[in-house]
Design a protein around this ligand. Structure first.
Ligand code: NVA
Length: 375
């Protein structure tokens, strides 16, 4: 679609999608054959200061106030950035080689401070994890209301791409812009940070999509109010949003459950049990993830994720996965279930808090939107 607007006395504005956007965004699950994807960037990454209550809540929610006081934020060492950029480019090359169209976020100055009437943020964060803040449900691009103040402008890096998808025919919406006042951040009796129910707040990576069913993890990065908002949007369209409660309290769902193909799921045995497995998945075949091989937290000495990031894999199609090359036992188990593996490495995945699912955002997969995998 091309839009032309003749402004009197100003000239003609013609809007066209970027050259690499030729079709609308359409992605309804985690495993159907991949056609287009965003691969993140490490350049310019800044880790928010832990004195920011929203950073404590989502990056260090396993630490109490005393422990988090010792944590440093700020720019990452150049070596971490450069090696991560290399690893992301290698991933992008692999995907291009499979015929997938790869988009990259445009450059954003994450070091710039900013404020709202209610708070100041010393910096932004990064474009490393495009999965985190954008949820694509069928042909609708949803910007999610992250509780992290430093991430308020993060999607600037994907704006041009989303503008292109809109011109190509996708819907592009944002959840109610969160205010992120201090009252959204509490401290529990155990001394750990808590996300309150002040307003809808959640990150896209709290959600896994499976046709007309979505799994929404209630945690430090997604509250019940956020689930209610998502349900209010998608319920009338025939989607079912299943709450995942009391499984894993710290941020995202994708180091706990990976949907591999219809009828087959990978589960984290340290978090999922026979009692708390989300209802619709009870009838699926399960692969229990083996213990992760520790790959360390790299040059920064600090980690934004647990070792279970090793099960944060990307399905290219129901028979092919990109998996951390260090996770030999996991790779063997996937292969036994008929899934071939492309082993890849993200040397600083834990320092930056993102594995292969996190550092990507599948924008087009060949999948029937609204397919019922549990009917
Ligand atoms: N916070 C999660 C990572 C989510 C991708 C974990 O540490 O396991």
């Amino acid at each position: 679609m091309t839009i032309t607007n003749n402004h009197p006395g100003f000239g003609t504005a013609t809007l066209e999608p970027p050259v690499d956007v030729r079709r609308r965004a359409c992605s309804a699950d985690e495993f159907s054959p991949l056609r287009e994807i965003v691969v993140g960037r490490a350049a310019g990454a800044v880790i928010p200061q832990a004195s920011d209550p929203s950073a404590w809540l989502t990056l260090y929610s396993h630490l109490d106030a005393g422990q988090v006081a010792a944590v440093d934020g700020g720019a990452l060492p150049q070596q971490v950035i450069e090696e991560s950029e290399e690893d992301l480019e290698t991933l992008a090359e692999t995907l291009r080689g499979l015929g997938v169209v790869v988009h990259r976020p445009s450059s954003v100055d994450h070091a710039a401070p900013f404020s709202t009437p209610h708070w100041d943020s010393a910096s932004g964060m990064y474009s490393y994890c495009p999965r985190d803040l954008t949820l694509i449900v069928g042909e609708t691009i949803i910007e999610t209301p992250s509780p992290v103040r430093a991430r308020y402008h993060e999607l600037d890096g994907l704006r041009e791409l989303f503008r292109g998808y809109l011109l190509a025919g996708s819907a592009w919406i944002s959840a109610p812009k969160p205010q992120l006042r201090d009252s959204l951040y509490g401290v529990g009796r155990d001394g750990l940070p808590v996300l309150t129910e002040d307003e809808p707040a959640f990150e896209a990576a709290n959600v896994l999509r499976c046709g007309r069913d979505l799994f929404y993890q209630v945690s430090t990065s997604g509250n019940e109010f956020g689930r209610i908002w998502l349900e209010s949007l998608l319920g009338p369209q025939g989607y079912r949003v299943h709450p995942v409660r009391d499984v894993y309290p710290h941020t995202h769902l994708d180091s706990t459950i990976s949907l591999l193909r219809p009828g087959l799921v990978l589960l984290n045995p340290s978090r999922v049990t026979e009692d708390n497995i989300p209802g619709p998945l009870r009838d699926w075949d399960r692969i229990w993830c083996p213990e992760m091989r520790e790959t360390g937290v790299s040059a920064t000495g600090q980690s934004l994720s647990s070792p279970w990031l090793g099960m944060n894999l990307l399905m290219v199609n129901p028979e092919l996965a990109v998996v951390d090359s260090a996770q030999h036992e996991l790779i063997a188990r996937l292969e036994r279930h008929g899934i071939s593996v492309l082993p890849h490495t993200l040397r600083h995945d834990r320092a930056l808090g993102g594995g292969f699912h996190c550092v990507t955002l599948d924008t087009v997969r060949d999948a029937p939107a609204g397919a019922d995998y549990f009917g």
